[in-house]
Design a protein around this ligand. Structure first.
Ligand SMILES: [Zn+2]
Length: 151
């Protein structure tokens, strides 16, 4: 599975550390076929590349359903305060169990528009089933979704 995703015109890209990609698979498989999610942690390398170094699993107050997810916030404020400014919150991730390739839903778009940090936020969606996952990456640029391509 690719660990590099690029904006179609090459304006920016997202790279996942292999450890972060492995963590996504482990979190997803742990609750399959329920949805799960969490937050993406990392830094910017220059002004074009976001590097995801860590994937946090679902906070304790997360609610999982077969076709629904309410991502919790427990513990996140303290975590981000401790790692700032070396690394920070780049965006969120969640799963679409059984759906391959995963496509952001209308709800996903609305949630990311509401939660966008500053002027850009990253959303990763892992679809499929354990052992056969596919990943999509979308950047919300001023609230508008930009689908990235696996490079
Ligand atoms: Zn979704």
């Amino acid at each position: 599975m690719s660990t590099l995703f690029t904006e179609p015109r090459g304006r920016f890209a997202v790279r996942l550390d292999p450890v972060a990609l492995d963590a996504l698979h482990v979190f997803a498989a742990a609750v399959h076929p329920l949805e799960t999610g969490g937050v993406l942690v990392g830094y910017y390398d220059g002004d074009k590349l976001a590097v995801v170094t860590d994937v946090l699993g679902p906070p304790a107050d997360t609610i999982h359903g077969p076709r629904a997810l309410v991502l919790g916030v427990a513990g996140l404020a303290g975590y981000f305060a401790a790692i700032w400014p070396a690394r920070f919150h780049l965006g969120d991730w969640h799963t679409h169990p059984g759906e391959s390739p995963p496509v952001p839903s209308d709800t996903d778009h609305a949630t990311m528009r509401d939660h966008a940090l500053g002027n850009a936020a990253l959303s990763l969606i892992l679809g499929g089933t354990p052992g056969a996952y596919a990943l999509s990456a979308t950047v919300y640029e001023h609230g508008k979704p930009v689908a990235l391509r696996a490079a």
